[in-house]
Design a binder for this molecule. Sequence first.
Ligand SMILES: Cc1cc2nc3c(=O)[nH]c(=O)nc-3n(C[C@H](O)[C@H](O)[C@H](O)COP(=O)(O)OP(=O)(O)OC[C@H]3O[C@@H](n4cnc5c(N)ncnc54)[C@H](O)[C@@H]3O)c2cc1C
Length: 324
Amino acid sequence: MIDASGTWGTPNVLGASGLPARGESTVAAFLEHALPDVLGAARDRFAGRHTLVVGAGHSAANTLLSLAELAESTPGTEVTWAIRTASPARTYGGGDADALPARGALGSRLRAHVDAGRIRLLTGFSVHALTPTDGRVSVAVRHADGSEESATVDRIVAATGFRPDHSIAAELRLDLDPIMGAARALAPLIDPNEHSCGTVPPHGVDELAHPEVGYYAVGMKAYGRAPTFLMATGYEQVRSVVAALAGDWDAARDVQLDLPETGVCNSNPDDSATGDSCCGPAPTAEPAARGLATGISGGLLSTPLNLVTLDTAPSGGQAGGCCS
Ligand SMILES: Cc1cc2nc3c(=O)[nH]c(=O)nc-3n(C[C@H](O)[C@H](O)[C@H](O)COP(=O)(O)OP(=O)(O)OC[C@H]3O[C@@H](n4cnc5c(N)ncnc54)[C@H](O)[C@@H]3O)c2cc1C
């Protein structure tokens, strides 16, 4: 079974912790998922209105650029962009250093709009609560120091990423990384705290295998919650898996991947703690807010398991185990 069903159907919530923000279910009428057709079918929902775009990925960047274009032709259209980190450096990307020029240009165009004030940028923005207010929606933010503030807008675009839905394989023996929702062997290779889409090492059937023989999730879903998937990676995954299923293990294990450099060091650089340049000298302070798009902090490999130490058995008493 090759599961290539993607993650598009299960977007992340707006709540910065990865759980729905307070009141999120009550404001569905104001919410848009990633990539609404701002300049086309959905134009009327945004024209002459104030939209808040939440998220720091390319989906957010594309929506912001469309909204800025709409604002040029439609008076009263306002655009605010909210990110959890302290700097938009990751979204601005590598500019001219990006091996994919169109991707680099996205970030550069976005930066120009922000610098010119056509897009208002809110950093350190962690959505905490959402409340319908006189035909608009109020968004309350809780800062790291516990203080709160709120903004009131007409619409919210939640460009907060996606997560896999493994329920289709719920009866199968999957070995998933508990943070990433990707195959356990693959997870450290794609950890977004360590890798950008351009630095993921080649991988194939061995890293995608599960205890359930013959089941493979490939493509976007293979990456679980990591936002760094590229189609080139998926093509090589599929080639490797299919070669293995055909019995050609030499070909299956000869994985090759030549990914385009992003021009940034990784997908979640120390932009939380430093300024714009993610590729400069190592910061002296520990980054304050590393983590997945869904709010789990810390690199996959940097969080040791907490081990519980059991008391030794009291003298003459039972050890506490049922089988001792
Ligand atoms: C906004 C955005 C932009 C991206 N841009 C790029 C880019 O420029 N370059 C790049 O390399 N990558 C890009 N990616 C990443 C990735 O390459 C794409 O998301 C790609 O479409 C993933 O391919 P996929 O086949 O794994 O999943 P999908 O393209 O999502 O395909 C999954 C398919 O499975 C179907 N499906 C779902 N559930 C079921 C079910 N139960 N039964 C049957 N069918 C089902 C879906 O309807 C869909 O047709 C982008 C991702 C996003 C979100």
